[in-house]
Ligand binder design. Structure first.
Ligand code: FAD
Length: 371
């Protein structure tokens, strides 16, 4: 909502506009997109500021939503709740935007050695609902080298953030609720029951700004742990695009024909967020050994995940400054966590509904009270 402010200065009447809104959201990655989506659905007033950083993890992620991860095939936290929620959330926003925002791309897991095959079989024996053996073991021999057979992980989804983020951005722009600019933290004023930023007056500011929150004076004491990830985009004409494939790396189809995303690395110790030749060389060598048909590398992506020491997100309002909120700490799993917790945060903001204890930022009340 835009309202006129009138200032009388030396007989000259100056008119300028101040923007009044309920919620100021910083960031339009997957977190800020879903928070603004739920506020939009609830018919609430909000404004988003985003600098469109092309290296933000939401703009380089594969979007894989996988219920079992790691060498030990551990079932991910809250998979039973997060997965159906993510599927319907992406489908719903995709339908409104007229895009495919999510697809099911079950993982064909090529066992790299007999030990990994054994762990997979053990998981099946334990009656894990997500794992099974490939029905037709030899189906992929035309495309891949693999000696020890394969298993299937199902359901696995791919969130198409490469389509979703620009489409939602356009819609926000059309509604005149997006400002494409850098948010400058030092210009923020926090008063009781309102915040002011440049010409904006809002009831609350919610940070969905990924690693930028690490330096934020209100949230810098949270146990963030940035994690660097790199990936390649590879053109592989003729490779089937119905599945995600895995053998030490994940290879997943992008929406554009013949393009696949390959990754990724997980580095806790790094000098900067830039792509490294070590990752590119290593991944190229893996692909040459794995894929039987020609491929071409078309892009090398790199960015910092907003990860946390205890691998749980930070969701909710600041314990001392209830005008300030956060939706962050999505780590390696933003595509499944962000829709679910954006919805919880939206309900919390509008009705005071509880946020899951493990995600509620109030679990850090003591460190946040230190200022
Ligand atoms: C290589 C790689 C692969 C990944 N693959 C997957 C995957 O397959 N599945 C999965 O679930 N997760 C994956 N992730 C993790 C996932 O990308 C993140 O968890 C998620 O994107 C975090 O989203 P976010 O919106 O919280 O933060 P971000 O993506 O960092 O978004 C923050 C937004 O805020 C904006 N911003 C920041 N500071 C400012 C400022 N001062 N002013 C204005 N705007 C600002 C940025 O431009 C950005 O748009 C991957 C990450 C990487 C790096």
């Amino acid at each position: 909502m835009t309202g006129p402010c009138i200032i009388l200065a030396d007989q000259i009447t100056l008119y300028f506009c101040c923007m009044r809104t309920r919620f100021l959201i910083i960031g339009q990655g997957v977190s800020g997109s879903f928070l603004s989506w739920y506020l939009h659905k609830a018919g609430e007033d909000f404004l988003v500021i985003d600098n469109n950083n092309i290296h933000a993890p939401s703009r380089i992620a594969a979007g894989i939503i996988n219920p079992v991860t790691g060498r030990r095939l551990v079932t991910v936290w809250m998979a039973n709740e997060l997965f159906p929620f993510a599927w319907s959330a992406y489908n719903e926003i995709g339908a409104e935007l007229g895009i495919t925002a999510i697809s099911q791309k079950n993982i064909i897991d090529f066992f790299p050695n007999p030990f990994m095959k054994e762990s997979f079989l053990k998981k099946i024996e334990e009656k894990d609902p997500y794992t099974s053996l490939c029905v037709e073991d030899k189906l992929y021999t035309e495309f891949f080298n693999y000696e020890f057979g394969c298993g299937q992980i199902e359901p696995v989804y791919t969130a198409h953030l490469e389509a979703l983020l620009p489409a939602w951005r356009n819609q926000l722009k059309q509604k005149a609720v997006l400002r494409e600019e850098q948010f400058e933290q030092e210009l923020l004023q926090v008063n009781e029951n309102k915040i002011e930023y440049k010409d904006i007056i809002a009831e609350k500011i919610i940070y969905c700004d990924g690693t930028s929150s690490f330096d934020n004076r209100f949230f810098k004491n949270l146990p963030f742990a940035p994690n660097k990830g790199e990936a390649l985009v590879v053109e592989i004409p003729g490779l089937p695009n119905r599945n995600t494939f895995k053998k030490s790396m994940l290879l997943t189809p992008l929406l554009e024909k013949d393009l696949f995303w390959v990754g990724s690395s997980y580095a806790w110790d790094f000098d900067d967020a830039d792509p490294t030749s070590a990752f590119k060389d290593n991944t190229t060598a893996i692909l040459k050994e794995w894929i039987k048909i020609p491929f071409k590398i078309v892009e090398h992506r790199s960015g910092l995940r907003p990860a946390t020491l205890e691998r749980r997100p930070f969701v909710g309002l600041h314990p001392i400054h209830p005008e300030i909120g956060i939706l962050n700490g999505m780590g390696t799993k933003g595509c499944s966590l962000a829709p679910f917790f954006a919805n919880q945060l939206c309900n919390h903001l509008l009705t005071g509904a509880a946020i899951a204890k493990d995600a509620d930022v109030h679990r850090f009340s003591r460190v946040l009270s230190r200022g």
